[in-house]
Ligand binder design. Structure first.
Ligand code: FE
Length: 228
């Protein structure tokens, strides 16, 4: 069995949100998909350990915020690598409450879908929630959705030349080792730097400021391991 076949499946990247009483939470998820068109239903696959799973089971609703291709890494890290048990993820983002009373993320979102859970399937580590769509809408018409493949490429620091994050590689820097975050898998590539945090291309890992943190998950430099 060659499991790399799974990498050939294509996905998007979404914030799945829900609520429990007055508390909101959301998480990054790549598995959201339309199931039927009449009536319109969508499904999401959520890890049972996640707080969002608990919230969806508690209120029977979930929203899918479809994020744009230009979404900055810290935003993905905020929803993807922080835990809602430690922080209120909605304290620092713009959102509105939809028809279901569940928050719709407004930052970096190009479209949203609101659903009431009508069925769920226990899949071991995950639950697949099927929801009937209550409302949906477009927030930005001229931006493309983020794909999981694109995110993976950018996360690994291998942005294609056509990507907005691509930076011309600097010539002849001596020590240009890549370092990988042991928490989230983000790779710091000195040829690219970390422009979103003001780190110029050509900055060696060793020369990053002491207070520099992983742009995805917020881990400090000590959590990074040299590649190779
Ligand atoms: Fe990280």
């Amino acid at each position: 069995m060659d499991k790399t076949a799974f990498y050939k499946l294509s996905y998007g990247l979404y914030v799945i949100s829900s609520r429990k009483d007055d508390h909101f939470n959301g998480q990054i998820c790549n598995t959201a998909f339309q199931v039927t068109s009449e009536p319109p239903t969508v499904a999401v696959s959520i890890n049972k350990q996640n707080l969002t799973h608990e919230y969806i089971q508690a209120c029977g609703k979930f929203n899918v915020s479809i994020i744009s291709k230009s979404t900055p890494m810290p935003f993905i890290g905020h929803f993807g690598f922080k835990c809602g048990r430690d922080i209120n993820k909605f304290e620092t983002v713009n959102f509105k409450l939809g028809e279901t009373g569940v928050p719709i993320v407004l930052d970096n979102t190009i479209a949203y879908i609101e659903a009431d859970v009508i069925n769920q399937m226990d899949c071991g580590s995950h639950t697949i929630f099927v929801g009937q769509v209550r409302d949906c809408g477009i927030l930005s018409d001229n931006e493309e959705p983020m794909t999981y493949a694109y995110y993976q490429e950018v996360k690994r620091g291998k942005a294609p030349k056509t990507a907005p994050t691509y930076q011309e590689a600097p010539k002849k820097a001596e020590q240009m080792d890549k370092h990988t975050c042991s928490v989230c898998g983000y790779t710091y590539d000195p040829e690219i730097g970390d422009p979103e945090s003001g780190i110029k291309p050509g900055t060696k890992f060793e020369d990053l400021p002491a207070d520099w943190t992983c742009p995805v998950c917020g881990a400090d430099k000590s959590k990074f391991e040299k590649e190779g």
